[in-house]
Design a protein around this ligand. Structure first.
Ligand code: IDC
Length: 332
């Protein structure tokens, strides 16, 4: 009799274990990537390898050239411990030693830093978003050639990785950062990436600093594995933008909030917790991925660390700014 109970118990434990395997909240010892496998876009949602909804909970670096010191294992594991499953590596194209404006040594340094970030996040079983961070170059076509060369190289380099997503144009903006030009750019870059990497999710920015997801929903790109970026800053962007996001999601557009802040759109100013809570509710309702700006101690209110914090990893709760505390306490 005892033996039968023992066997039955064993079977139950095994079944429970198998059930947990592909849940987002992984069994002990599992990592986000080992538990969820390659992420995919299906039915307008981001799902894991088994087709179950997966919520990206990410932290974005500030510009890699500004704050290279936060690309390290202790930093990433500290974020992971607090619920992050994704790191976004933000590589500016133009501003401050941008990939397209700096010299070849600068490009080599940026690629080395990206590689370090990818390897460390991968070792921890986290997802990585490689972000081609256009900003002052509002029209993504401005650096299309460079983008194609870059993505061809890295899509090939990380061909075997299951945990990498490509964000191909952070925030198109201005008259020429319109959907027509974004589509033209995205079609070219998606083709380049797909020639060497068939499956990685590609995130495409939308007009007006990645707010006009309505334009994408009305006229989405063809092809699989494509998601669209929506960005907000809680102190500036409110209900009308939430309505826009919700309408696009309801229309079936796969959206990732690949960058957001609690501050004003400038990256500084008032941190609006009340609005942030409303955004959070909406993101939770639709299980939207969300990635917070930014992992730095810059003296601006979007920064997740206090300006006085000199540590580059191994943080305590008291090292985080108001935005950082909300992120780990409420959003994750
Ligand atoms: C901001 C940084 C700031 C930096 C500036 C450069 O927070 O320290 O000096 O870029 O122009 C975005 C952009 C992101 C911005 C952020 C805040 O994607 O690059 O970072 N923001 O302004 N979109 C909306 C807000």
């Amino acid at each position: 009799m005892k033996k039968i109970y023992g066997v039955a118990l064993g079977i139950i434990v095994l079944l429970l274990g198998a059930g947990c395997f592909f849940n987002q909240s992984a069994a002990a010892g599992a990592t986000p990537v080992s538990a969820n496998g390659r992420l995919q876009v299906k039915g307008g949602r981001i799902v894991n390898a088994k087709g179950k909804p997966f919520v990206i909970k990410g932290v974005s670096t500030h510009g890699l050239s500004w704050y290279p010191q936060y690309v390290n294992k202790s930093a990433f594991s500290s974020l992971k411990k607090r619920g992050a499953n994704t790191i976004r590596l933000a590589m500016y194209t133009e501003e401050y030693n941008g990939y397209c404006t700096g010299d070849s040594e600068n490009r080599r340094n940026l690629e080395a830093l990206l590689d370090k970030g990818v390897k460390e996040a991968t070792a921890l079983g986290m997802y990585v978003i490689i972000d081609w961070h256009i900003l002052s170059d509002g029209n993504p076509l401005t650096h299309k050639k460079e983008a194609q060369a870059f993505f061809k190289k890295i899509a090939k380099k990380y061909n075997k990785y299951k945990n990498i997503l490509f964000e191909i144009c952070n925030e198109p903006n201005g008259n020429d950062g319109n959907w027509k030009n974004i589509k033209k750019y995205a079609n070219a870059v998606v083709k380049t990436i797909r020639s060497v990497n068939k499956k990685a999710i590609i995130i495409v920015g939308t007009p007006t600093w990645s707010q006009d997801v309505d334009a994408a929903a009305a006229d989405p790109l063809k092809g699989s594995g494509i998601a669209y970026a929506f960005h907000f800053y809680a102190s500036t962007h409110k209900q009308d933008l939430r309505n826009k996001l919700e309408a696009a999601v309801k229309k079936g557009l796969p959206v990732i909030v690949s960058e957001f802040g609690l501050s004003e759109a400038s990256g500084n100013g008032v941190v609006d917790i009340k609005e942030a809570n409303k955004w959070n509710k909406l993101m939770n309702r639709y299980k939207l991925g969300r990635v917070a700006w930014s992992l730095s101690n810059k003296d601006e209110s979007s920064a997740l660390l206090k300006p006085s914090c000199q540590k580059t990893g191994g943080w305590k709760a008291s090292d985080f700014s108001k935005a950082g505390k909300w992120l780990f306490g409420v959003c994750f």
